[in-house]
Design a protein around this ligand. Structure first.
Ligand SMILES: [Zn+2]
Length: 187
């Protein structure tokens, strides 16, 4: 009886520890960044001149960095160009798929900063949301991808996203970035 209990506890401990390391491995900043960069480079030829740093931060921390943003409290990620570095902040311990989608979104802002910095907020967020959708879709996170596609009602993110979708219909997925690069706003 005692021996059986011991074995059960041991099995439980092994399950718990492997579960923990699995979750931590899945959200390693370096792994996630390599995955995102590979996807963006291979699918959209999106590369970066400046180094990229990804930091996982708590929600309170993220709110502090966001300052007076109207999206404060609901944001999962943030991009900042600071000291010659493309810095991405991501909410820690968040859903894996959504974190990956968010990283691709924020990296799009890094690309915009390097390639077409003077665009309207709607155009910037529209492209970033569209890339986020593509990242989720090609990673087979279809439920989350569809959520972006169907329920995006925000006047900035939603309107911008629909505009990019129209460009995709017209020019095709592969040409969207080079077309957007030459624009200032959604008209
Ligand atoms: Zn954004």
């Amino acid at each position: 009886m005692k021996k059986t209990m011991m074995i059960m506890v041991l099995i439980l401990m092994i399950i718990c520890s492997s579960g923990l390391s699995f979750a931590q491995n899945k959200l390693s900043a370096d792994d996630l960044l390599s995955k995102a960069q590979n996807f963006l480079a291979s699918k959209f030829n999106m590369t970066f001149r400046y180094p990229i740093r990804v930091s996982f931060v708590a929600g309170v921390e993220l709110d502090k960095i966001l300052g007076d943003s109207p999206y404060k409290g609901g944001e999962v990620g943030l991009y900042k160009f600071t000291g010659g570095v493309n810095q991405v902040y991501l909410l820690k311990d968040y859903n894996y798929d959504l974190t990956y989608g968010c990283l691709c979104h924020e990296l799009t802002h890094a690309w915009q900063k390097e390639n077409c910095p003077n665009q309207s907020l709607t155009l910037k967020e529209g492209l970033a949301k569209w890339i986020e959708y593509k990242a989720l879709y090609y990673d087979r996170a279809y439920t989350y991808a569809n959520q972006i596609n169907q329920y995006l009602a925000d006047p900035v993110y939603g309107v911008g996203y629909r505009f990019i979708q129209k460009l995709e219909d017209k020019y095709g997925e592969a040409k969207v970035l080079s077309v957007v690069k030459g624009l200032k706003d959604i008209q």
